[in-house]
Design a protein around this ligand. Structure first.
Ligand code: UD1
Length: 353
C-alpha cells in the first residue's frame, strides 16, 4: 500500500513521528511538507530530533493570508498527488495544511484519513475550527482521540468509519520524554530550578492580533511578578513589536526566548509550576504531565482537561489570569497512556486499501 502523509506545521511534525515509524514497517509512505512552518526552530529541529524521514516533497508555501496559503497548497498538493497516485492520504490536526490536504485528496477520490478527528471548540471564529469541520466532513476514515470527539462527529451526522484510537500526541510525548531528559540542557542554560518558574506560550490570532488582548495578557504576566519563561512564536513577536510591548516585557521578570525544540519544550513543561497557554497541544501535554494549565482562551476542544479540573479557561482577561496564577493549584493525577494509537491506526488503514 502506498500512503501519503501531509504535514506542514509544528504540531503535525510531532504527530507524524510515531505513525511514520509504524507505517514504514509494512507500507510505502511518502511525506508532503507544505512548508507552512519553515524556520530552523519551527520545522527543521523537529525533523532532526524526532527522526522524521525527510519529506519527499517540500512545497515551500510559507506564510500568507489564509486564502493565499490554502489556495497555493491546494494547487501544489494536487500536482504531487496526481504524480504519486497514493492509495490513501493521511492528514493531521487542524491547520491550513490539514484542510488543503483533505480537500485535495478527497476531490481526487483518494481515501482520506483524518487523525485527531472530531475535536470541536464550537467557536467558528477560530480558523482551526473551520479546518476541523471541513476536514472531518470530507474524510473517509476518522481517527478520534477520545469518546467525546466521536460524539461530536455523530452529532454532525458523520456516522461511518469512526475509530477511537487514543491520542497520538501523547504517544509521542511518552516515547520522547526519557530522551528529552537525557539530551535537553534547557534547565541549565536558562538557570532554572524545578517548580520555580511558570511556562507561557501565546500564538492564537485572537490573542496576538488584537492590541487589547495581547496587551492584557502581557500586562498580567508582567504584573504577576512571577518568573515566567515565554518561548515566543514569530507571529506574537511581530505583534509585540507592532504594539510597542517588547520593551515593557524585556524589563520585567518575564523571560522571552525564541521558539524551542520539542525536547526542550517537554522539559520546560514537566518542570514548570504552572503552564499558561493558548495552544491545544500544550494543554494536552500539561494534562499528561500533571501540570496545572491556565488556558488563555474562552473555550477548548480538550474538554477532558477541564472536566478533570486540571485546566482552567481564563481568556485574555488580566484579572482572571493574575488570580489563577496565584490561586489555581489543583492536585492532578499523572495520566498513564498505555495504548499506542500509531499501531491501531496503521492496522485500520490496511483494511481500507
Ligand atoms: C499554525 C496553525 C495552528 C497551530 C500552529 C502551531 C493554521 C490556521 N494555524 O498557526 O493551528 O496551532 O500553526 O504553531 O494553520 N512564521 C515564521 N516562521 C515559521 C512559521 C511561521 O516566521 O517557520 C510566522 C509568519 O510570519 C506567519 C506567522 O508566523 O505569518 C504565522 O504562521 P502560520 O503558519 O500562518 O500560522 P501559525 O500561527 O503558526
Amino acid at each position: 500500500m502506498k500512503v501519503c502523509s501531509i504535514i506542514g506545521a509544528r504540531p503535525q511534525f510531532i504527530k507524524i513521528a510515531p505513525l511514520s515509524k509504524e507505517l514504514r514497517k509494512y507500507h510505502q509512505e511518502i511525506i508532503i511538507h507544505t512548508g507552512q512552518h519553515y524556520d530552523q526552530n519551527m520545522s527543521k529541529n523537529f525533523f532532526e530530533q524526532l527522526q522524521i524521514p525527510k519529506p519527499d516533497h517540500n512545497l515551500g508555501i510559507g506564510s500568507g493570508t489564509h486564502g493565499q496559503q490554502t489556495g497555493l497548497m491546494l494547487k501544489k498538493i494536487e500536482e504531487v498527488l496526481l504524480k504519486e497516485k497514493p492509495d490513501e492520504v493521511i492528514v493531521f490536526g487542524d491547520t491550513n495544511s490539514t484542510l488543503a490536504g483533505a480537500l485535495t485528496s478527497r476531490k481526487l477520490n483518494i481515501k482520506t484519513a483524518h487523525i485527531e478527528a472530531g475535536m470541536r471548540s464550537f467557536d467558528k471564529r477560530m480558523p482551526e475550527e473551520i479546518n476541523r469541520i471541513v476536514t472531518d466532513h470530507c474524510s473517509d476514515i476518522l481517527f478520534c482521540p477520545n469518546e467525546n470527539s466521536k460524539r461530536n462527529l455523530i452529532n454532525e451526522n458523520i456516522k461511518k468509519n469512526i475509530f477511537v484510537v487514543g491520542n497520538i500526541m501523547s504517544e509521542a510525548l511518552i516515547e520522547n520524554l526519557k530522551k528529552a531528559e537525557m539530551e535537553s540542557k534547557i534547565m541549565e542554560n536558562l538557570n532554572l530550578k524545578k517548580k520555580e518558574y511558570l511556562l507561557a506560550t501565546v500564538h492564537r490570532p485572537s490573542n496576538t492580533d488584537s492590541l487589547k488582548s495581547l496587551k492584557s495578557i502581557v500586562t498580567a504576566f508582567i504584573e504577576s511578578k512571577e518568573n515566567i519563561i515565554f518561548p515566543m512564536h514569530p507571529r506574537t513577536k511581530k505583534f509585540m513589536a507592532m504594539y510597542g510591548l517588547t520593551k515593557k516585557i524585556n524589563s520585567s521578570s518575564v523571560k522571552v526566548i525564541n521558539p524551542i525544540d520539542y525536547f526542550d519544550m517537554l522539559i520546560l513543561e514537566k518542570n514548570a509550576k504552572k503552564i499558561l497557554t493558548d495552544s491545544g497541544g500544550i494543554q494536552n501535554e500539561a494534562f499528561l504531565l500533571g501540570i496545572p494549565c491556565i488556558t488563555l482562551r474562552e473555550n477548548t476542544e480538550w474538554v477532558e482537561t477541564i472536566e478533570q479540573k486540571a485546566n482552567m479557561l481564563v481568556g485574555s482577561d488580566k484579572k482572571k489570569i493574575m488570580d489563577s496564577v496565584k490561586t489555581f493549584n489543583p492536585s492532578i493525577k499523572k495520566r498513564e497512556q498505555t495504548e499506542k494509537p500509531s499501531i491501531v491506526i496503521a492496522r485500520i488503514l490496511e483494511k481500507f486499501e
